[in-house]
Ligand binder design. Sequence first.
Ligand code: F6P
Length: 413
Amino acid sequence: MKAKLVIAMVGLPARGKSTMARKLGRTLEQDGVRVQVFNNGKLRRQMASGASCSTADFFSPANSFGLQMREEIARQNIEAAQAFLAGEGQVAILDATNITRERRAGIMAAFAPVPLCFVECLNADEEALAANLERKAALPEFQDLPREKALENFGQRIAYYEQIYEPLSDEPNRILVDSFDSCILQEQISEVLPYYDRIRDIITTRVVRNLFLVRHGETVYNTENRIGGDSSLTPRGEEQAEALAEHFATVRIPIIFTSNHRRTLQTARPIAARQEPCSIIALPELNEIHAGVCEGLTYEEARQKMPEVARGRAADKYRYVYPGGEGYATMAERVVRGLKKVFYLGNYDENIMIVGHRAVNRMILSRFLSRQEEEIPYIYIPQDRYYHIRIDPYKRSFELVPYRSAPASWVGW
Ligand code: F6P
């Protein structure tokens, strides 16, 4: 008989549990394991009529109807998982908050003697959490509420959960995961658990299903060969954005990440308009390299006015820091931080698009390609093509794709 295991997620809402559950499920499935994720939120939305089960009140510990309903949902999913494991199923993943000891004791009792491991997701990064709440507020379940109200509602839901939150403490098999950093903070395993090494691996490995790394369309500054600034797209740039929108019209892109600069937002908007629905999330970490004293100058003007800058860059472009600005090396930390946000906010099994800039996209690519530091500031980042990046335990691919042709074989992923 094949080994069986229950994985039960634990954590407050918006801490990355579902993303982690799907990542575990999908990767184990690719390994040939029969696995299924049982998600309480999904069942709640199916069982109760839309709005009534999404309001904060539904989650109030004082709401006996809500409590009863959530217990019923948990029970149904436990039963479905038991049935799955009684048959051919090997790994059942319970995706729910499971934040009280009592609920967890019930789960352990329900599955014994099948081994069970709790995976608690934490996220101590306030900014990433705030951005995740923004993303949640845009979900269909809040479509009838204005953004502010949706945020307030979700915040109140979290506050209710915080009142009853009991972190993992004495459960025999438990892993505490930082879902923002994809790392294990603590683990306590008291028996030999099937698939355990693989599970550790999956938790800590960055998987990129489909990342489309696009550079913004042509800007006024580009045509003048000017550095930095915040200029708008030219008609040609707008046309490039439209062509990108057309190219990706049949590829599902639920979120587009941009910088705060106008040119990336202007490129992303037509793409988002062809998707239903699609949110644009602007991250300051993806802003273009700040050229300090050279901002707004043409390369030629900068060379004439400040020959030492041009010389410094030519000598060591990666380490050179613009006076009053940044260098590639000094941007690295913020770009990595931006990427962590991207992967935290993007759903693990969905396509992700980043519309960035020349220097920023070089830094992003360098996180995936093994390049010498001195080569990074020279990576080719054209405006008529994008990088399609895929990384999973089975393949690693980078493709420079022209977007005026039809999308290739990955359509429909
Ligand atoms: O497209 C122009 C630009 O994005 C500038 O704003 C930026 O300073 C530059 O490219 C980065 O490229 P390089 O480091 O090669 O000058």
